[in-house]
Design a protein around this ligand. Sequence first.
Ligand code: ATP
Ligand code: MG
Length: 387
Amino acid sequence: MKIVVLGAGQLARMMSLAGAPLDLNVVAYDVRSARMVHPLTQEVFPWDLAQAIEKADVITAEFEHIPDPVLEACSPSGKFCPGTTAIKTGGDRRLEKTLLDKLAIPCAPYQLITAQEHLNQGINQLGLPLVIKTCQAGYDGKGQWRLTADSDRDQLWSQMQAFLASGSVDTPRTIIAEKMIPFQREVSVIGARDRSGKVAIYPVTENHHTNGVLTLSIAKKEAKKEAVDIQAQAEAAFFKLTSAMDYVGVLAIEFFDVQGKLMVNEIAPRVHNSGHWTQQGTLCSQFENHLRAVAGLPLGTTRMLGPSAMVNVLGETFIPTGVLMTPGVTSHWYGKACRPGRKMGHINIVAENEKALGEKLIAIAQYLPEESYPGVARHGQYLVEGV
Ligand code: ATP
Ligand code: MG
């Protein structure tokens, strides 16, 4: 079966690797160069998008900021999963918030901003500090501002104005101000929904960000009462969102955990960085389950093989040998040119129990400098201590 993925980055690459054993053949559309490419080698194929759509059995996407003309080219084929509405909703915080409100799923209180009076309104109604985000085109914490002191209001407004002015009728630009949520931790849930509405959901993952970028994810295998409740809340949001969108494929939901109550931060209509641990931590990864869902195959197991973690490799060109010598540790490279802070690959770690996972994190942290791999040793220690 031929599957076209819109986007030719690491997520398409990992879908391609997961699809091969199932004879699901992934080709990628590089939106920037408007070329069809091999997702592993980036070799260019001699077909344009229209020909690729024609040849494809299924079309899917690895990111949500897809230009309208590309979506419009794919939509009429009836082959596109999870579909234009889901992709547009995930790519625009305004549409996302509207859907969350409609489904009564808790999220951070907010104010939409297209004029200065809306910013003033947001400050008055939500209070400071505020997290201010562009509704379109943000990722990895880019397109965000923090407003903590009222004296910065005017200076910040001039930056926001520049973004709003960059829009047009076809590419609207909106900003959202959110109340800064005093969360204890951030978690995400990833699951797949197939064409008949069956779902398979992975255990909730705890995520640690540094300067707005995910640096470490930990998926524990715990049967504590609070954990069961968190999983149930996350799954309830997953059911509501996927049913409302009649969603087919993998959907990721990021949450703030505020004293045991989950509040949605954002949704991603695709496979997600916080689910990379599923490559070794389960028998059927998020990449395989996404392909199974869109290809009309039965969903695979989401049961964990053991507590797992994922460490992002940002702006580095190699992983020290000592890391790979640690049992249960694997590395995944994306084959990209190196730039400071760029996601170059990730390291997955699987263990028999949480204490052993902590010990492995402490062991690999000896080789991974804290400034490039923040928190690996510290979170390893928490796991060893059972906190
Ligand atoms: P990514 O694509 O990596 O998920 P993003 O650019 O889409 O990131 P968000 O997930 O919205 O942006 O925000 C990045 C991080 O900023 C969050 O993971 C969280 O740590 C922090 N953050 C965002 N919104 C809020 C908020 N309302 N209150 C507190 N912290 C926030
Ligand atoms: Mg996010």
